[in-house]
Design a binder for this molecule. Sequence first.
Ligand code: GDP
Length: 229
Amino acid sequence: MQGRADYDERTHRSRGRSDGLRLYALFSSLFFAHAMRYTTQFLLSALAAAQFPAPDAPEIAFLGRSNVGKSSLLNTLVGEKTAKVSQTPGRTRAINFFALLDESKRQKLVFADLPGYGYAKISKSISAGWPEFIEPYLAIRSALKLCVCLVDSNVPAQESDRQLTDWLRAAGRELVVVATKIDRLSGNQRTRNLLALRQGLELEEILPVSAKTGYGVKELWARIDAVGS
Ligand code: GDP
């Protein structure tokens, strides 16, 4: 019996490990497929409209309240460099632009990492706490093709998120709302929170993601790639 129990435990353990490895391999292959397709190049940090880069490639803006998990998600999407640059002191109030280059070093996409919002009281504009040039960027930037709005799946819809999504819709911007940190929620909570967020922000769809496990990253890439093609 002893031998049998050991045997079962070993097989169980080794099966667990191989499932884990397979999942890891799947996630890495998805991540590296994109990492191989694109290399990321930091372009510049803009503190005024005059500093925006030439609008040469379709741009995707990443927006969200501070602490929503924006750096972590960018890190998962395109690598550590992006998140690190954006968190450098002095650059947290800027729009940080990154080019995604293909194998022939051509710019295929540009990611615009916008400063976190939400601590300052919202007033007439989207956020009184945001530097003045952010709103015009969102309103008139011709290269901007998609706004990825991040909300925390663990937190109910906030007034600032609602104002931002309403404002972007009114400005005619295409947007996708992404619910971050989904790994922290169990199945039932997940369903409940996602529904509440969809209702609170009046959305037809919301994309759950986890920077930690890679959940939903492939779907988000599909949305981003659709803009670039
Ligand atoms: P930012 O201020 O929006 O750039 O947020 P960060 O990326 O710095 O993340 C804020 C906190 O949330 C950090 O403690 C992260 O470790 C945590 N976090 C971010 N993404 C995830 C995720 O997908 N899952 C979990 N469990 N934690 C996350």
